[in-house]
Design a protein around this ligand. Structure first.
Ligand code: MOS
Length: 739
């Protein structure tokens, strides 16, 4: 099915099943421990061996020699994979640094060996006996010296966020020079780690020249393609099975070392091999969100209209890597006739930087929305009113190109009212609650809503059961449930009559889970397949498909009603289709918006920051399931609290690695850090987005929330923090005098 014109009324608009807050259909499997995650597949066989990954202990240089004699004599040893015996490997187009290093080393903890043994303990012990002699080279590990000198590059986060090396519209320098009110500030965000609960894990089994991977991957088809390219074998010889994913946040978009080394280890050991990356390996072996140094300049009239806006960002990456597209949203979030963006990329020898939840907008909004607050302050304006005054309904760099739907103003107004914004004293440092300095902050939320081709297969049986199969993944988001809801709505059956199979490369290629495109695109693919199934069923039962109504397990028209399952009485009916998106997302700008409101308390004596309340009002098209969508947004807001207050991969600038590579020293928020969160959806179908009229919201909840916290800290204390995370050491000597 081609989606080329705005959607008209269709069966989804009934919202009998779609749009309802159904519990997750996979919830019971997860809570009873019966959902099979990659490392726990006990159905692969009882001869599964264990692989232990050895990561490079230098960040740059060469392996001089490997002495494996003690390893090979170690109890239970089965096989050793290194660059010396792995055969010639290619590289998947989505990997920057090779997943198996040697003899050249590109980053710390790049995998250099896999030791396979009968048990996990034996594999780990044997791996510890491996003697690798390195020749250490000099590396660049510090972004700061490159802030102004790194070359401009264009960037695409791989997830819909993109910007040119330098983007100019109007005459920024002149307009900024002439602006009566202006700010010019520098902001920094640190390297961050995804910290999903389930580490990267895979089991590989070969049958002849075919390999099956039970793995944890967000994008099944990307993984299959890149593993085949790396092993230099045909794509048809690779199967991925990834039905449950314990979080990814972008770290599992791509093929990683666990999958490649499991495949190589299983080939070498001639039996299935399972590999999980240990928590310390995840930080330095896989990808992370790269640090940024950002400069933002805004000029406005005395009445508060933006006349000039510029955003420069510098980030670093391994050779061949991409920049963090932190300036992307600044091209279109606010009005203003003179605009400039620039992105610089420094080549660093740290581990590979890549997509982490809302790549680009997440760190970009952390800076931009503080700058907007500073501008409102400079103007003596309320920050909600300043944002509303500078709203735009069209792409400011392409006049006439409208947003398909943009209700940022409503999000801000509605949020301000619900949050009690009128109780905020604009004068900072005035509100006390015992030892706490209390403040409120606001930020806009913005994240694009990309769409991706997505396919599905649906089957109807005689009992009227509809089975959906697609290689879409459920990374904890609720894909199983919204896909079942879509099929139930389309075929007029209850949820209990729908079965959903996901995450298997034998199923049709879907959008996968990334860039908050998954929900809208994958359900639209299921819509397309179900539309085809409706046609086939109607024909079989002798209905005119245009008139047939599918409801209550029946197909009806006029005074005739037939049970749906009747159509399959001579055998199951199976059809397949995919949704392909035309140019609607180019003709219109399709984005999602939010108003983020936060109240913080700052300890007047210690500078410790505590969140007191959070609210997000979200404009993200039709909400397919308010319960799973809310979970996505509160999870994202929580991630924003981590980014704002605690999360930072500490860089060892001498040896070039992230020091705090575990959950004891890389601090993410826990329940006790989040006392009260509220999420409100405008829930307004957008006919331009897809037949589902839905958009993504999982990343929207993250974008902007960190700045709302920074702005609340400023309102509480009068201290303007511009460097994340906002730990107490950055506040302590600047807090108001306490009597
Ligand atoms: Mo992406 S960072 O996996 O949504």
């Amino acid at each position: 099915m081609k989606f080329e014109k705005p959607a008209t009324t269709n069966p989804i608009d009934r919202e009998a099943v779609v749009g309802q807050p159904h519990d997750r259909i996979d919830g019971r499997f997860k809570t009873t421990g019966t959902a099979p995650y990659a490392y726990e597949r006990h159905d692969v066989g009882n001869d599964v061996a264990y692989g232990h990954v050895v990561g490079s202990s230098i960040a740059k240089g060469r392996i001089r020699s490997i002495d494996s004699s003690a390893t090979e004599r170690s109890p239970g040893f089965l096989a050793l994979v290194t660059h010396r015996n792995a055969g010639e490997l290619g590289k998947g187009k989505r990997n920057f640094a090779p997943l198996l290093g040697g003899p050249d080393i590109q980053h710390y903890h790049q995998a250099v060996a896999l030791v396979v043994a009968r048990t996990f303990e034996e594999a780990r012990a044997a791996a510890n006996l491996l003697k690798i002699d390195y020749e250490r080279g000099e590396g660049q590990f510090d972004l700061e010296p490159f802030a102004e000198t790194a070359p401009p590059v264009e960037g695409n986060s791989g997830e819909g966020s993109e910007a040119p090396p330098v983007g100019e519209y109007g005459d920024f320098e002149r307009a900024f020079g002439e602006a009566p009110v202006k700010i010019d500030q520098r902001y920094t965000t640190p390297d961050e780690s995804h910290c999903m609960i389930e580490p990267h894990a895979s089991i590989a089994r070969w049958e002849g020249d075919r390999v099956t991977l039970w793995t944890s991957n967000q994008m099944v088809d990307w993984g299959v393609t890149d593993l085949a390219a790396t092993l230099k074998i045909p794509k048809e010889n690779v199967r991925f099975v990834s039905p449950y994913v314990g979080g990814g946040f972008g770290s599992k978009l791509f093929l990683r070392a666990d999958a490649l080394l499991a495949a190589l280890g299983a080939r070498q050991a001639k039996r299935p091999v399972k590999v999980a990356l240990t928590r310390p390996l995840v930080a330095n072996n896989t990808t992370h969100r790269p640090a940024t140094i950002q400069r933002i300049r805004i000029g406005a009239t005395r009445e508060g209209r933006i006349t000039a806006i510029a955003h420069d960002s510098t980030s670093g990456n391994v050779k061949g890597g991409r920049p963090e597209t932190a300036v992307a949203q600044t091209k279109m979030l606010y009005a203003g006739a003179n605009r400039m963006t620039a992105m610089r990329l420094a080549e660093l020898d740290l581990p590979e930087g890549n997509a982490m939840r809302a790549p680009g907008e997440a760190p970009g909004m952390m800076a931009l929305e503080i700058a907007v607050d500073e501008m409102a302050e400079a103007l003596g304006m309320d920050p909600v009113a300043f944002r509303i005054l500078n709203d735009t309904q069209e792409d400011p760099e392409k006049p006439g190109r409208k947003f398909s739907q943009r209700q940022l103003v409503r999000c801000l107004q509605d949020g301000a009212e619900r949050f009690g914004w009128d109780q905020r004293d604009p004068k900072p440092g005035t509100k006390r609650d015992g030892r706490w300095l209390v403040g409120m902050g606001v930020a806009a939320g913005f994240r694009d809503s990309p769409v991706m081709t997505s396919g599905a297969r649906v089957r109807l049986d005689e009992q009227g059961v509809v089975t959906v199969e697609t290689d879409m993944t459920d990374i904890g988001t609720g894909s199983y449930t919204i896909i079942a809801q879509t099929a139930a709505e389309m075929m007029g059956v209850p949820l209990s009559k729908v079965a959903v199979g996901l995450g298997d490369s034998r199923f049709p290629v879907s959008a996968g889970s990334g860039g908050q495109w998954g929900a809208n695109s994958s359900t639209a693919g299921v819509y397309a397949a179900c539309a085809k199934l409706r046609e086939t069923v109607a024909q079989k039962l002798g209905f005119n498909s245009g008139e047939a109504e599918f409801a209550d397990g029946e197909v009806r028209a006029g005074n005739r009603a037939v049970k749906l399952g009747e159509a399959a009485k001579d055998g199951d009916i199976t059809v397949e289709d995919k949704i392909e998106f035309g140019d609607l997302d180019k003709e219109t700008q399709q984005s999602t918006f939010a108003g983020h409101f936060v109240e913080v308390g700052v300890d007047a004596f210690t500078g410790e920051v505590r969140i007191r309340r959070m609210l997000a009002v979200c404009d993200a098209g039709r909400i397919l399931n308010p319960k799973t969508a809310r979970s996505q947004v509160i999870g994202a807001m929580t991630m924003g609290v981590g980014a704002a207050l605690t999360e930072e991969l500490a860089v060892d600038k001498r040896h070039g690695f992230f020091v705090n590579h575990d959950l004891a020293s890389y601090e993410v928020p826990v329940h006790a850090d989040i006392p009260h969160q509220e999420v409100v959806f405008l829930d307004d179908p957008d006919p331009y987005s897809s037949p589902m009229k839905a958009k993504g919201c999982g990343e929207l909840g993250l974008c902007g929330v960190g700045a709302a916290i920074a702005n609340a800290i400023h309102n509480a204390t009068g201290v303007r923090l511009r460097n994340y995370p906002m730990t107490l050491d950055k506040l302590l000597d600047r807090l108001p005098e306490v009597a």
